[in-house]
Design a protein around this ligand. Sequence first.
Ligand SMILES: *[C@@H]1O[C@H](CO)[C@@H](O)[C@H](O)[C@H]1NC(C)=O
Ligand SMILES: *[C@@H]1O[C@H](CO)[C@@H](O)[C@H](O)[C@H]1NC(C)=O
Ligand SMILES: *[C@@H]1O[C@H](CO)[C@@H](O)[C@H](O)[C@H]1NC(C)=O
Length: 403
Amino acid sequence: MMVQRILCFCTIAVLILFNTGVCNSLTQRSSTISSGFSVNITSKLPPKHRSSFIKPTKLDPMSFYLTIWSESIYMAQILIGTPSDTFFVHLDTGSPITWIQDKYCNPCVNNTFPGYDASQSSSVSPIDCDDGFCYVEHVTTACDEYNDCTIELNYLDSTYAKGEYRLESLSFLKSEGGYIRETVPIGFATNTSVRYNDGAVGIMGLSRHSGSFIDLLRVRYLSFCLPTAFTSKVGGLKFGLQADLKGVIVPMIQGDSFYSLNLKSLNFDGQKIDGFGNQNVIFDTGSTMTLVPKNLFDPVLKKILNKYVYLEEVKGALGSRYCNYGSTTPYIPPITWKFQGLEIVSTSKTLFIVYPNGGRPVFCFNIVGTTSNEIIFSSFLMQNINFGIDIGRNLMYIQPNSC
Ligand SMILES: *[C@@H]1O[C@H](CO)[C@@H](O)[C@H](O)[C@H]1NC(C)=O
Ligand SMILES: *[C@@H]1O[C@H](CO)[C@@H](O)[C@H](O)[C@H]1NC(C)=O
Ligand SMILES: *[C@@H]1O[C@H](CO)[C@@H](O)[C@H](O)[C@H]1NC(C)=O
């Protein structure tokens, strides 16, 4: 999620008995998904009034971190329940669960829109703890006192969402008008630290972990093209036969439920950077920040700081960010990510993210060194690149400049 929220999970699933009978009844209704449809993806516009966002003279690491880590950029509109309410949710290819904030959520962060009121819906039903739906790979599920399924999501940035996990009707608004309706498990958060400032009230999990709706609805093809951030451009999230499978075909990593590729090498300033190669790169639309192994990335950072631009260090939980006040994006040479048969080139425009900061913009380098060996490839670096996923064949199709 835009978040600089890194929507990959820290938790391991609690295994609960899987009842395949129930899942079959869901998947049998999935023909609309296979024939395909397209949903608009929009990026939120830069907020106008953010004077308290970052202190004007000195960066305040705490408030800075709280804000940027809770910012996801890309969202889509969905309808939930009967009669239905419309919500914006952030799109997250790095997590399996779709959830929205419940109207009676407490403690929760105040949102622009009220949360969901399940008591008004005729289509919601609890999920029994023994039911197969109450198992989702990579997520903690549990039982409440009524033997109903509850869910707890813990994100890498230490935010969380907890609440009931229920079957409810979810409608996707099709790009061309009309909608596709499916009954799927959805989390209703009654205790969450996830905050939004763009009107969204939840997250749509798009990973293919078992128990995710991509898995339950047997979505075979998926594509997403994220439009240029902070503009009114529209991109597409496409399911089934409407998915755009075009461009270079790269095999995804076997056995990974994220959408990930093996990195061959990383180049900066005309040089191959030592140590990069053979890392898993997870393509995570739920994160605006790219994470890389710190020890390997430090030489790149040193070179940027020594040779190209002054950046102020802002320490945070997952690593330091480096930021620059100015009126334009700082220039640094491109970073080239090499995959099998394909290069993705990231230029200054996507390597720096701008925070409006009450009229005094701050440009932060959007790659952060961490202790993990995996690479989280952020939504910001995925702008204007079409990603097509053939789930059955485990292939990713990549075509730059094609949203
Ligand atoms: C949410 O808004 C209400 C009413 O404006 C206010 O009383 C409450 O303190 C706010 N809660 C938080 C967590 O900001
Ligand atoms: C999706 O975006 C297109 C292009 O901007 C627009 O014409 C269409 O009305 C949008 N559809 C919906 C459902 O918002
Ligand atoms: C909400 O969740 C947090 C984090 O797990 C926990 O510390 C807190 O006690 C919970 N609050 C309620 C009212 O359940």
